[in-house]
Design a binder for this molecule. Structure first.
Ligand code: TA6
Length: 289
């Protein structure tokens, strides 16, 4: 079950409980999930900054930002705002349904809902984007895109998931061994050997679409991310220096979060002919370590 409230800044949000007493919260702004935990006694699975900005034109730091129609500054590194405009806009809540204590919310965005689109993204196609979020013992997010234009559509997309961890220095990310990645800190390509571990900033784009597990010995937890029609996984932690530069993030917060992102970016951008559709899916589950 869920309730719909309006924040002091006039934004709508939906929040509710999961069958095992967990919690979830989603904002109209970006259809942005900022909270989910599966059970009453569970640690939050998603991390959202205590200094996150809930302001017009600002991206909420944490949760699951929806990056669309480009990732970072786009394939040619010439687009702003970073990670596209979808996470900065008010999405339309289409429906909220509950069955057996599991709540499913559906949100919608199209090009008519983008203020000064020509300024933001000249020549942008007409498109229809829907996100369906199911909050139960697991969290499932389905990002469905349809090209409603008469011309081909090419977009990047990502579910930029921020996860809560006990101590990033003790965390390891499994499932990427042997996979090629681009290290954005050095702009060099390399191949992952073993688990991903963190010692300072990590910012890597992997080319794969298999389940990834975050092992957290401090919280004694595995977070398992299973994806569909996603060709990239991005692993990011800002480390102390970049974290100190974010006004919407406490200086030491980098220790308590890790981003494992589900995406189609760069040469794996989504190409849709008129009328074609594509659905990116993510399921997050937790288990003891
Ligand atoms: O996904 C990793 C990344 O592209 C990093 O390079 C960093 O910029 C991060 O996203 C956060 O981006 P944001 O625009 O949310 O601050």
């Amino acid at each position: 079950m869920f309730e719909r409230t309006i924040d002091s800044n006039g934004w709508g949000r939906c929040s509710g409980a999961t069958p095992a007493g967990g919690r979830f919260t989603v904002h109209d702004h970006g259809a942005h999930i900022t909270e989910w935990k599966p059970a009453v006694d569970a640690e939050p699975v998603l991390w959202t900054s205590p200094n996150a900005r809930f302001e017009q034109g600002a991206a909420i730091r944490g949760g699951i930002p929806i990056c669309f129609p480009w990732f970072a500054n786009g394939r040619k590194d010439n687009k702003t705002p970073a990670h596209g405009f979808a996470r900065l806009l008010q999405w339309q809540l289409l429906s909220g349904k509950e069955a057996g204590g599991v709540t499913t919310l559906r949100w919608r965005l199209d090009e008519t809902m983008i203020t000064d689109l020509e300024a933001v993204d000249p020549g942008r196609n007409r498109f229809e984007l829907e996100v369906t979020q199911t909050f139960g013992e697991d969290l499932t997010v389905r990002l469905s895109l349809r090209n409603t234009d008469a011309a081909p559509l090419v977009v990047e997309e990502a579910l930029h998931t921020y996860l809560t961890v006990g101590d990033i220095n003790e965390v390891s990310v499994h499932g990427l061994s042997g996979v090629e990645y681009l290290d954005k800190l050095t702009s060099r390509y390399d191949t992952q050997i073993g688990a991903v571990e963190f010692d300072g900033e990590v910012d890597r784009i992997y080319w794969l679409n298999t389940p990834v597990e975050v092992h957290d010995p401090v919280l004694n937890r595995r977070i398992i991310l299973t994806t569909g029609r996603s060709d990239n996984t991005i692993v990011w932690n800002p480390g102390p220096d970049k974290s100190a530069g974010f006004s919407d993030m406490p200086d030491d917060a980098w220790r308590s979060m890790a981003c494992v992102e589900t995406a189609n970016v760069r040469d794996r951008a989504v190409h849709l002919n008129p009328g074609q559709a594509h659905e990116l899916t993510l399921t997050i589950t937790t288990a003891p370590l």
